[in-house]
Design a protein around this ligand. Structure first.
Ligand code: ZN
Length: 269
């Protein structure tokens, strides 16, 4: 599933392509026909990313809400759109550009109270200027739930997925199964600051790179990572491989049906 940096990049991209333009909307697949009809003729005022949620705010207090989920994808281009191929839930076009959305978990129109309710159920997003990390710590510090699970819970922190969480915990030297209430306030402050920094790099590069220069292939001479995720990481999807810092084999475990990766030496706690 795309992590928050991807959604923030999409919000910026869509703003660049369409803000200020009168939009035409269609649902070639048919499942969003009613919503598309309501959107057609509206001017896009702005876009917003909150965690893994993308919002398009239209004049007249209508908001399009998209959550890509596991399979959702956007495609865009200039000029006339191509013939729709596959299940295009939503096609937006302006005089200059087109945008197709396929396979989202959510594609719906929201009223202002519904947008407020969506924001209210999300934790702070490290990529947003309005994020309050104290709100997340209030949840974490009262919970016996493993830290990795808390950080993946979008009502605690919004936008973080398995790669950012796995890697930030490694960089902090924290075991993923540490109960939330055992995380000190200063440790949380550092962890949050690192998430902000890592996710900003993700927005800038369009991929997740978490390895410090001193452990990079360029400095250490090791082979660069080959993976569809692209970036250099410490432990994510590296079970059995040597830790880039200490050489210990990276461990893999499961938490609520998701894989966890950690270095038993660097993250002994
Ligand atoms: Zn290690």
């Amino acid at each position: 599933m795309p992590e928050g940096h991807t959604i923030h990049r999409l919000a910026a991209r869509h703003a660049e392509l369409f803000v200020g333009d009168k939009m035409h909307a269609a649902s070639p697949q048919g499942r969003f026909a009613e919503g598309a009809a309501r959107l057609t003729g509206s001017v896009l005022d702005g876009t917003e990313a909150y965690g893994k949620h993308l919002l398009h705010h239209y004049a007249g207090e209508v908001t399009l809400h998209v959550h890509l989920g596991l399979y959702g994808k956007f495609a865009d281009g200039a000029g006339e759109p191509p013939e729709p191929v596959g299940q295009v839930r939503l096609r937006l076009t302006s005089d200059r550009h087109w945008l197709d959305l396929r396979g989202p978990t959510a594609c719906e129109l929201l009223t202002p109270p519904e947008v407020a309710a969506l924001r209210a159920r999300l934790g702070p997003d490290p990529l947003r200027a309005d994020a309050d990390p104290e709100r997340a710590y209030a949840r974490i510090s009262r919970s016996v739930t493993p830290l990795a699970a808390l950080l993946l819970d979008q009502s605690v922190v919004a936008g973080t997925g398995l790669i950012f969480v796995t890697e930030a915990l490694f960089r902090a030297g924290l075991p993923p199964l540490l109960p939330g209430r055992d995380l000190g306030r200063a440790e949380w402050a550092e962890l949050w600051a690192d998430l902000v920094a890592l996710m900003r790099v993700g927005v800038a590069r369009g991929r997740i790179d978490t390895v410090r220069d001193v452990h990079s292939p360029e400095v250490t001479g090791r082979a660069a990572r080959v993976d569809r995720h692209g970036g250099e990481v410490y432990v994510y999807r590296r079970p059995g491989a040597p830790c880039h810092v200490c050489g210990t084999e990276v461990s893999r475990g499961e938490l609520a049906g998701r894989n966890l990766y950690w270095c038993p030496t660097c993250q002994a706690g």
